[in-house]
Design a protein around this ligand. Structure first.
Ligand code: 6PG
Length: 264
C-alpha cells in the first residue's frame, strides 16, 4: 500500500486541504486497508471520547469491507461503544433487497455483538421520503445533542462512489447538492425515477474522517475527474466532499486508479 498527499481540485479552485490517497493493488488489498482504518478509528475514538460513531454506505465495495470486518475483527472491537448510522438509503422498507440497512445487517451487523440500541437505521419504509429524512435528522440531532444550525461530527463516514461520481445519494445535478442547513434530505433522482434519502454535504463535511472506497475499472473515469479534472462539483458530487476540519481518505484499487495522471 502506498499513501500520498495531493491537492484536490473543485471546479477551477484548488482546495488547500490535502487528501490522503491510498492506492492498493487488488480489491482485496483495498478491503483490508479500509478494515484496518475502521479498526484504528474505532479504537482511537473510544479511547479518546468514549464512543465511536460511524455512518455506513450502500454499494458492493463497502459490502465487501463489512464482510471482512465481521469475519476478522469480531473479538477486537469495542462493540458496545460503537454506534452505527447510514449515510444514505434507498426509499424502500428495511427488508427490501435494495435496502442499505438490510445489506449491512446481513453482511455485518447480524454477525457481530453490537447492542441493537446502537444501530440507527433510516426509516425509509415511510412512503413520504421527506418525512423519513426529517425523522432521521431528528434522530441525529437527539443522539449528538446538536441544535438548529449545528452539525454533528461523525468519527467516520464511509462512502462508495458511483461511476457517475455520486457519493451517498448525492447524484450529479440534483437538488440536495444545494442544501446548506439540513443534515438529511430526500433527493429526487430523475435517472433512477425515485427518491433517495441522504446525508447532506455540510453533514458529510463536518466529519472527523470521511473514507471513500473505490474499486473497479468502471470508476476510473470518474475518479480521474474527481481528483484531477476541472469539471464542476455539481457534475461529480464526490468532489464536493471535503471535510472542513477532518481527514479525507481515498482507498482506491489499481483498476479504479488507472486513469489518474500519476497511475503507477
Ligand atoms: C448506494 C450508495 C452509493 C454507492 C455507490 C458505489 O446506496 O448505492 O450509498 O453511493 O456507495 O454507488 O457503489 P458500488 O460500490 O456498488 O459501486
Amino acid at each position: 500500500m502506498c499513501g500520498r498527499k495531493i491537492q484536490q481540485r473543485t471546479g477551477r479552485n484548488v482546495v488547500s486541504a490535502p487528501i490522503d490517497l491510498r492506492r492498493l493493488t487488488t480489491p482485496q488489498d483495498l478491503f483490508q486497508a479500509a478494515a484496518d482504518e475502521v479498526i484504528h478509528a474505532a479504537t482511537e475514538a473510544v479511547a479518546q471520547r468514549g464512543r465511536f460513531t460511524i455512518a455506513l454506505s450502500g454499494g458492493s465495495t463497502p459490502k465487501n469491507l463489512y464482510t471482512l470486518i465481521a469475519a476478522n475483527a469480531s473479538a477486537n472491537l469495542p462493540w458496545a461503544q460503537m454506534f452505527f448510522f447510514w449515510g444514505d438509503e434507498r426509499h424502500v422498507p428495511p427488508d427490501d433487497p435494495d435496502s442499505n440497512y438490510r445489506m449491512a445487517k446481513e453482511a455485518f451487523l447480524s454477525k457481530i455483538p453490537v447492542p441493537p440500541g446502537n444501530v440507527f437505521r433510516i426509516p425509509a419504509e415511510n412512503p413520504d421520503a421527506a418525512a423519513a429524512a426529517e425523522a432521521y435528522e431528528q434522530t441525529l440531532r437527539k443522539f449528538f445533542a446538536v441544535g438548529a444550525g449545528e452539525f454533528p461530527r461523525f468519527d467516520l463516514i464511509l462512502l462508495g462512489m458511483g461511476p457517475d461520481g455520486h457519493a451517498a445519494s448525492l447524484f450529479p445535478e440534483t437538488a440536495a447538492l444545494q442544501e446548506k442547513s439540513r443534515l438529511v434530505v430526500a433527493n429526487w433522482v430523475e435517472k433512477l425515477g425515485t427518491s433517495r434519502i441522504t446525508f447532506t454535504l455540510p453533514l458529510l463535511n463536518a466529519a472527523r474522517c470521511v473514507a471513500f472506497l473505490v474499486s473497479g475499472i468502471d470508476k476510473a473515469e470518474a475518479l480521474h475527474e474527481v481528483l484531477e479534472g476541472n469539471a464542476p462539483g455539481e457534475k461529480y458530487p464526490s468532489k464536493l466532499v471535503q471535510p472542513s476540519a477532518g481527514k479525507l481518505i481515498w482507498f482506491v484499487d489499481r483498476a479504479a486508479a488507472s486513469q489518474l495522471s500519476t497511475a503507477a
